[in-house]
Design a protein around this ligand. Structure first.
Ligand code: NAD
Length: 317
């Protein structure tokens, strides 16, 4: 099942938020990429999302106009699943609904040769659960991309028990070729690493908000101006080493029992969702999304395109 990292054709199934971003990332690395989506207006939506990725990288000075044109030309929208038969790497990015993913894998296996590799961009389903009904489970693994892939290139690669060792090595190489930063997990746990930590932080942030300790803007500011700055350079374990493990033990011993540990905080999300306050996409969430907030958000994304995140293998514009 070995494929040359520099010579493969990819397909992305599901051209939503993640699928479009993943397709753009692959195409920017020179990989011919098909995108398949069942939604009626998906083709234009995918094209627009990929153009936006290129525009952001151009605005950050990381991509030239000819490079952008080349990448966009490598992305082909494909309304028929059968047309993906030539893809050697298929990345699934449909919504987080297990029966839909199982149904899609069955349809894909009817079309793909046994040598094609199937990767899911799931945010948290364990790979064994996803691979349960596959005819060729050795071809399957999780490749958990972050949103947006062109600004956050790290990918958590999580093999299932049946995944072939060669498949893991091959996908890791292909991801490096695409300017991603793959990390391999030794063990599958729901949410992998990043989402477990993201949601542990979110639980505590919601708890603090619910307790009236501060408003949303203050909580966000404390996190982004302290932990955000530090985490960009040092993870929590190295940060603990730097601070002194005896000190961290003393603080954790009295503080950890005080932290939120249950799901009661979800009520704060539920009440907003019930009112249709879904955040940026509906115009209101914890914040009101007026033109100024949209502009600040665009600036923040641009700052995330800082070349400090650029993979060493990426050629500058
Ligand atoms: P999304 O809703 O933005 O996009 C899903 C797309 O899949 C839609 O365009 C939809 O039309 C299409 N689709 C649905 N069923 C399909 C089918 N059977 N065949 C082809 N296309 C189909 O969802 P998203 O946020 O991009 O999430 C996709 C996956 O990526 C999920 O598993 C999610 O957990 C994971 N993920 C999401 C994020 C995030 O921040 N949103 C981050 C990392 C991973």
């Amino acid at each position: 099942m070995s494929q040359d990292a520099a010579q493969f054709t990819a397909a992305v199934v599901g051209g939503g938020l993640m699928g479009s971003g993943i397709a753009a990332q692959l195409a920017l690395a020179g990989v011919p990429t098909q995108v398949h989506d069942t939604a009626p207006l998906a083709q234009e939506r995918v094209a627009q999302a990929c153009r936006t990725v290129c525009q952001e990288l151009q605005a950050a000075g990381r991509l030239s106009a000819p490079q952008a044109d080349g990448a966009l030309a490598r992305i082909r929208f494909e309304p028929r699943l059968e047309a993906l038969a030539d893809a050697t790497l298929v990345i699934e990015a449909i919504p987080e609904h297990l029966p839909s993913k199982h149904a899609l894998y069955a349809a894909l296996e009817a079309v793909l040769p046994d040598t094609a590799v199937l990767a899911s961009s799931t945010s948290g389903y364990p790979p064994d659960e996803l691979a349960r009904q596959l005819r060729c489970p050795q071809r399957f693994l999780v490749a958990h991309f972050w949103n947006p892939p062109h600004l956050i290139p790290l990918v958590e690669v999580v093999p299932a028990q049946a995944t072939g060792a060669g498949v893991v090595a091959q996908v890791m190489q292909q991801l490096v070729h695409c300017g991603c930063e793959p990390v391999l997990l030794h063990k599958a746990v729901p949410g992998f690493i990043g989402n477990r930590i993201q949601f542990a932080v979110l639980r505590e942030a919601l708890h603090l908000l619910g307790q009236g300790v501060a408003d949303a803007a203050t909580i966000d500011r404390v996190v982004s101006a302290t932990l955000g700055r530090r985490y960009r350079q040092l993870g929590p374990l190295e940060g603990a080493d730097a601070g002194g493990l005896d000190t961290f033990l003393a603080i954790a011993t009295h503080l950890m029992p005080e932290l939120a540990r249950d799901e009661q905080v979800l009520a704060l999300l539920q009440e907003r969702v019930d009112k249709g306050h879904l955040g940026r996409k509906s115009g209101e969430g914890f914040y009101r999304w007026d033109a100024q907030r949209h502009a600040c958000y665009a600036q923040a994304r641009l700052r995330m395109a800082d070349p400090i995140f650029t993979h060493p293998g990426e050629s500058p514009a």
